[in-house]
Design a protein around this ligand. Structure first.
Ligand SMILES: C[S@@+](CC[C@H](N)C(=O)[O-])C[C@H]1O[C@@H](n2cnc3c(N)ncnc32)[C@H](O)[C@@H]1O
Ligand code: SF4
Ligand code: SF4
Length: 445
């Protein structure tokens, strides 16, 4: 199914996606106009889905603060998991709840009809949801491209059924060489690698991406990881720095420093040139030409959280859906005091009221931390890396110490102050400058 989107220029003005293969590309304004049926009148309000001869065209309002509808949703279909990694931000584990299947199916229909491009089924371990395949196929049948974030541990039957799905994007965690991976995910490396090899050999159209959580134990293993990526014929590797929202507090000590992260990116660039692998990571700056761009998100003025993408989660305690921008924030954690959690949580809605999702998405006030660009670190506003879109500017998550926030005081005001004044962990300009008065080398938090 072809789907064409018209958006604000900051979010890629005209794009076309083939929902079966996930192939997505920019198109010109005249291609766009040619796809519109002759007699149709375009609205500049709300969301309009127009059925053309060869594509469905999504148009309507084009706000600058966010895409008309999220382009990718991270859907936590379960908090259940067959592992219990110490660093897990969502604190998934055995026996935790799955989203009710009927609500997931209804959301699939609703999200597809409003123009969602990609759903990433995640969790927890999404493949443990008893209706994993029903949910996956519902999205595909409705015209949404599906990617699956998995730890790669699944039964033979599940593996065989996944292998039957053409063009599925399988995004699988590998945390370094065999020893380092097994340190975080005990005894699983060989099994995961064998499963990925089976998938690719059974169906060459399946796309495989490896995801590595970057820590002080694997920061020197970029060439080994690139070798694994190549040997599995994986499409790319993503390296994501460990975030401080963890299950076991001791894991925060495994976070890398900003300067170490810079070296890792340089190693990835070298590995790319030596082995021909593709990689993505959370910043580009001077290596923009070497980092594989996200096909769905544009990230011109900020990361995509709450602007181009959202998380959809299920709170088993209340039986409601949760919506938030960043899964690495306190939004995911019901044990964090409500007043600290609230600014990161965009909203919640009843399982039988999908339109509640749209109301939340359209409400800029619910997404202040992600949509109000005045909250960027002070130094970003006149930085050339920022103005030339090679750095998305400061991150509201990586360098915030929640324990220093007083829940009894005005939390948003405290966050505003901290986000705009704390030294920025991701800041390449600061890392490269001789002035190290800001503690850019510190390990987060
Ligand atoms: C929560 S998992 C869900 C999918 C699947 N269970 C897996 O492990 O790949 C999604 C991704 O988040 C990563 N992750 C978990 N905790 C993290 C943290 N504190 N910081 C950064 N990434 C983290 C995992 O390694 C995984 O790649
Ligand atoms: S990181 Fe993934 S595999 Fe590990 S506990 Fe969390 S959800 Fe499970
Ligand atoms: S000041 Fe640093 S973090 Fe901000 S945009 Fe420039 S390079 Fe990026």
């Amino acid at each position: 199914m072809l789907r064409i989107h018209r958006e604000h220029p900051d979010h890629g003005q005209y794009t076309q996606v083939d929902s079966a293969s996930g192939r997505l590309g920019d198109i010109t304004e005249s291609d766009y106009l040619a796809a519109l049926p002759k007699d149709c009148t375009e609205s500049t309000k709300g969301i309009q889905a127009i059925t053309g001869d060869e594509a469905t065209i999504f148009t309507g309002e084009t706000p600058a603060t966010h895409t008309r509808f999220p382009r990718r949703i991270y859907f936590q279909i379960t908090r259940n998991c067959n592992l219990a990694c110490d660093y897990c931000f969502i604190k998934a584990g055995a026996g935790l709840a799955h989203v009710p299947v009927s609500a997931a199916m209804e959301m699939a229909r609703f999200l597809a009809r409003h123009g969602l491009i990609e759903v990433r089924l995640t969790g927890g371990e999404p493949t443990t949801h008893p209706h994993f395949f029903d949910i996956l196929h519902q999205f595909r049948d409705e015209g949404v491209y599906v990617s699956v974030a998995t730890n790669g541990l699944m039964s033979r039957r599940t593996l065989e059924r996944i292998a039957e799905i053409d063009h599925l994007w399988v995004i699988c965690s590998i945390d370094g060489d065999r020893d380092t991976h097994n340190r975080y995910r005990p005894g699983t490396f060989d099994k995961v690698v064998a499963n990925l090899r089976y998938l690719k050999q059974s169906n060459s159209s399946i796309r495989i991406r490896l995801t590595t959580v970057l820590t002080r134990h694997n920061k020197g293993q970029m060439f080994e990881l690139a070798g694994i990526c190549k040997s599995l014929d994986a499409e790319s590797i993503t390296v994501i720095p460990l975030r401080p929202q963890v299950r076991s507090a001791g894991m925060v000590g495994d976070m890398v420093t900003a300067a170490e992260f810079k070296t890792v990116i340089e190693d990835l660039v070298a590995a790319k040139h030596r082995l021909g692998i593709q990689f993505t990571t959370t910043i580009e700056t001077e290596h923009a030409g070497d980092v594989l761009p996200d096909p769905v998100f544009r990230k011109r003025w900020a990361c995509a959280a709450g602007r181009e993408g959202a998380n959809l989660d299920y709170d088993a305690a209340t039986g409601r859906f949760l919506v938030y921008g960043c899964a690495y924030s306190p939004a995911v954690d019901s044990t964090v005091p409500d007043k600290i959690r609230a600014p990161f949580l965009a909203g919640e809605f009843a399982l039988d009221n999908p339109v509640g999702f749209l109301d939340i998405w359209r409400d800029d006030a619910a997404w202040t931390i992600f949509r109000d660009l005045s909250l960027k670190w002070d130094a970003c506003h006149d930085c050339n890396w920022y103005l030339s879109h090679r750095c998305v500017g400061s991150c509201p998550i990586q360098n915030l110490d929640y324990s220093k926030i007083n829940a009894e005081d005005n939390v948003l005001a405290q966050l505003r102050h901290r986000i705009s004044r704390t030294s920025e962990w991701y800041c390449y300009r600061a890392i490269m400058s001789a002035d190290r008065s800001n503690p850019v080398g510190s390990r987060g938090g």
